[in-house]
Design a protein around this ligand. Structure first.
Ligand code: AMP
Ligand code: GLY
Length: 421
């Protein structure tokens, strides 16, 4: 089975690792990939046949005879004609939804309208175009949540405690147009612990996978600006039967039924970002893919034949019997480069990678230098992932292993797996 995974970060490294550990015979390909990923998967793009557009990506898949395309990241799903749409035309099974359904992630207003239309619990909101409209929607209520309505690599959201911070963000988004053209959502501030729920959706069928919690702020204690995520924890123990049933009945099933009612086809992972408020779980957002860094905590717990599971699912048969999740806890810890998240620094030598044992290293933003060693090449640099029978054991292990790796200016939280429990 020839499998392509689209994307280049720690999540795609984790997806490819889980596939490579499946008992099924596989030949792995990656686009755009990274030097570390290319230890596991062959690059799909090369000098002779460079891949740039969705059409050239499909042509490259046809050239090598790809049997399954897995969308790791979201951008290709909504670019040009859409990755899944183009795969459908070419007859290549794709794990990832078509463009029209991926609007659930690409447009926050589309997602809010979907949630409201189908009676799925979420916070109140208003969509606005101008600073004046935003101010009247906020109506002096703080904290307020402001979101740019488009893809902004996790940076288009501001939880503003007061007027000054709200004005600053409004100015960046609606005046300076930092993220380009687009509307802004003013959202009700929801309080409670967050949880990320992942499900595999295949038309009318779904399977809820192991849940996770990620840590979005850069500093300990959930201080500082939002990032793409600084670490994540996963365990089946995070959801008791009652909460699980509530999430399934009020959120997951109504979402699947809503997609069908709206004529939106879906085969792929669907990520539900939830806030567990005192009035019950509410949806903060949908993502049409696995979370990053949640994938680096959840996927190492997968047992069984993940490769065949994805292949069958992409062809229309959800087979929950093919995989299971191990007991215990899995924690992943991100090391980020100097300056992140405002900027990032590349070219810092990474030491100690060969010392890591009993944990996995997923590369998010590294490259091989001319001398052959890995160096930083991005904001989030690498993710160490370890497991344990208890949360405390997993925390101790992931920090002990992460301590062996270092680079100049490294930023790392010290409370991943302990804070918010
Ligand atoms: P999003 O990209 O929409 O997931 O937002 C990023 C993060 O901002 C979330 O994980 C939450 O921590 C926070 N956030 C988003 N929406 C809200 C909300 N309505 N109330 C409180 N916090 C929120
Ligand atoms: N960890 C959050 C995300 O993948 O969007």
């Amino acid at each position: 089975m020839k499998i392509l995974v689209v994307g280049k970060g720690g999540r795609e490294h984790a997806i490819l690792t889980a596939i490579s550990e499946s008992p099924s015979e596989t030949e792995l390909y990656s686009f755009p990939g990274s030097d570390a990923i290319f230890d596991l998967a062959q690059p799909l793009s090369n000098a002779e046949h460079p891949v740039e557009t969705v059409a050239s990506l499909i042509a490259a898949m046809q050239r090598v005879g790809i049997d399954l395309c897995v969308a790791g990241e979201e951008s290709y799903l909504v670019r040009e004609e859409g990755l899944a749409n183009a795969c459908a035309v070419a007859g290549i099974p794709c794990w990832g939804p078509p463009k029209e359904s991926a609007q659930l992630e690409a447009s926050k207003e589309f997602a809010k309208e979907f949630l409201v239309r189908h009676g799925i619990p979420t916070g109140g909101y208003a969509g606005v175009n101008s600073i004046d409209e935003a101010r009247s929607a906020i109506a002096g209520r703080y904290p307020t949540v402001l979101k740019f309505d488009g893809l902004a690599a996790g940076k288009g959201v501001a939880v503003c405690p007061d007027e000054a911070s709200a004005e600053e963000f409004l100015n960046e988004v609606l005046v300076e147009r930092k993220f380009g053209e687009g509307r802004l959502l003013v959202e009700e501030f929801l309080e409670g612990p967050e949880i990320s729920i992942f499900a595999s959706l295949v038309d009318r069928d779904y399977q809820i996978l192991a849940p996770a919690r990620d840590y979005k702020r850069i500093y300990d204690g959930d201080e500082g600006p939002n990032t793409g995520g600084m670490g994540a924890v996963s365990s089946l123990e995070m959801l008791d039967a009652e909460l699980r049933a509530q999430i399934e009945d009020q959120i997951v099933r109504p979402t699947v039924e809503g997609l069908i009612a709206d004529g939106l086809p879906y085969r792929g992972f669907l990520y539900f970002g939830l806030m567990l408020t005192k009035d019950g779980p509410k949806v903060i957002e949908y993502n049409c893919r696995f979370g990053d860094p949640e994938a680096e905590a959840v996927l190492p717990m997968v047992r069984g034949d993940f490769a065949t599971y994805l292949f069958e699912a992409a062809k229309g048969a959800l087979r929950p019997d093919l995989i299971s999740f191990s007991e215990g806890w899995s924690i992943c810890l991100v090391s980020a480069s100097a300056g992140y998240p405002a900027s990032s620094r590349s070219g810092d030598f990474i030491s100690g990678l060969d010392q890591v044992s009993g944990a996995r290293v997923f590369h998010s933003g590294t490259r091989r230098s001319a001398a052959g060693n890995y160096e930083t090449a991005g904001g989030r640099v690498l993710v160490i992932s370890a497991s344990g029978a208890t949360r405390a054991e997993a925390v101790a292990k992931v920090y002990a292993e992460s301590d062996k790796v270092d680079f100049a200016g490294r930023q790392r939280r010290s409370d991943i797996g302990t804070r918010n429990f």
